[in-house]
Design a protein around this ligand. Structure first.
Ligand code: CP3
Length: 381
């Protein structure tokens, strides 16, 4: 079974179909016992495998010419709500690059939009709220999420995908801090002044807001896994703006609750933020199985900081992918050499693919990681 016309081996395709079986909610299934575990899931468990798995954050979307005709004219939230379009956009990078995972085409603000908070995604800007979160009254605008009703389009997309994909599907959600940053600032921010001030000055309201956002993240991720996603990534993209003590006090307990309420699903839990070098130990401590590392910290330093407790994902600087192949090749080899054959490594960029990236470069990155990752001894214990 290789419906995408890709060439990951057949056993692996069958394995993923088993891992992702959509027939019953995952929470009711016995753990899958696949014959061959996909490279991504092995590495996520720090188990040796025959290659280093690779995928890219933001692998779907504007860097792919084939994205634009499918995405169409409306907003990105329109495309996300159309299961056929979202399925096709998710598959595009898997077909083109031969990556070891697909990531659901959606956005971290989709569930917030779905409960009617009043948020949109402005092209070239990012998420924006007409009426930002400012007081306890605004909590009412974040009613509990009912995924079967509110995210039925997304569940349909996941169900479509797992029957077609030759690799595991990663579901995702936004973590409370990063979502709260958009809701409170009302738009992308540089200094997070309003968020930090609410956090420190009205701590009770801050925790109530984060409780609601954590509930929404849990419901979102559980629904994706029940529909067949084989792993989940909790994006706390902007948590690196915080002092480690503030992260510990205001953020970690909420991310910890999300991770622990997903534990029974038995899928690897990924956790990622940008500029989180000083937070990596805590991010590993909230219950993640895999921690994403941006390009500012080496994989070997990240492994020391996390005490070997988690697998690591990263961390080629996405800006370098705008340059010549010779440079990219050297830097890919440097990341692999720095990991030194440790089995708990999932190759990725240190953040998302930049829209100007030439897809041919990423295609070559995947081929090189697969070739080199095997040669450099990823099977070593
Ligand atoms: O391939 C994939 O990674 C899957 C799709 C995906 C999108 N958003 C689609 C998207 C994922 C995983 C996200 C997550 C997301 N969204 C994050 C966390 C990841 C990260 O990059 O740190 C964040 C912070 C957001 C919020 C958001 N949405 C931003 C900052 C933007 C970019 C604004 C812009 O136009 O530059 C968006 C819009 C968005 N989400 C686009 C895509 C493909 C681009 C807009 C479009 O195509 O219309």
């Amino acid at each position: 079974m290789d419906p995408c016309g890709l060439n990951p081996n057949v056993a692996e395709s069958d394995t993923v179909a088993m891992v992702n079986s959509p027939s019953k909610p995952r929470s009711e299934q016995a753990p899958a016992q696949p014959a061959t575990t996909p490279a991504l899931l092995r590495a996520a468990r720090q188990q040796p495998g025959d290659r280093v798995p690779v995928w890219f954050m933001r692998q779907a979307g504007r860097s792919l010419p084939e994205y634009f005709p499918v995405r169409g004219e409306g907003t990105i939230l329109d495309a996300i709500q159309d299961a056929d379009r979202a399925t096709e956009i998710t598959l595009q990078p898997v077909r083109r690059y031969g990556v070891d995972a697909a990531i659901l085409f959606s956005d971290i603000v989709t569930p917030i939009w779905a409960v009617g908070f009043g948020i949109d995604i402005t092209p070239g800007v990012g998420p924006e709220c007409e009426k930002p979160f400012a007081s306890a009254d605004d909590l009412e605008r974040l009613r509990p999420l009912d995924p079967d009703k509110d995210l039925s389009f997304q569940i349909e997309t996941v169900t479509n995908l797992v029957s077609e994909l030759p690799v595991p599907l990663i579901g995702f959600a936004g973590a409370p801090f990063t979502l709260a940053a958009y809701l409170i600032e009302g738009k992308p921010s540089r200094d997070y002044g309003k968020v930090k001030s609410l956090m420190a000055n009205d701590t009770e309201l801050w925790h109530k807001l984060c409780d609601r956002l954590a509930d929404i993240a849990i419901a979102t991720l559980r629904s994706q896994v029940d529909a067949g996603a084989a792993a989940v990534q909790l994006f706390d993209s902007w948590a690196g703006a915080l002092h480690p003590d503030h992260y510990r006090r205001y953020v970690a307990p909420h991310s910890e609750r999300i991770m622990s309420e997903l534990a029974d699903l038995g899928v690897p839990r990924f956790h990622f933020g940008v500029s989180t070098g000083e937070l990596l130990d805590q991010m590993a401590g909230v219950g993640a199985d895999v921690v994403g590392v941006d390009w500012r910290t080496s994989i070997s330093d990240a492994r020391m900081r996390t005490g070997g407790k988690v697998a690591l994902q990263g961390n080629l600087d996405p800006a370098l992918c705008l340059g010549s192949w010779e440079t990219v090749e050297r830097e890919v080899r440097a990341v692999l050499a720095n990991n030194n054959g440790h089995p708990g490594h999932i190759f990725n960029l240190g953040h998302g693919v930049l829209p100007q990236t030439n897809p041919e470069i990423l295609e070559r990155v995947v081929a090189l990681v697969h070739e080199e990752g095997t040669a450099s001894g990823s099977t070593a214990a």
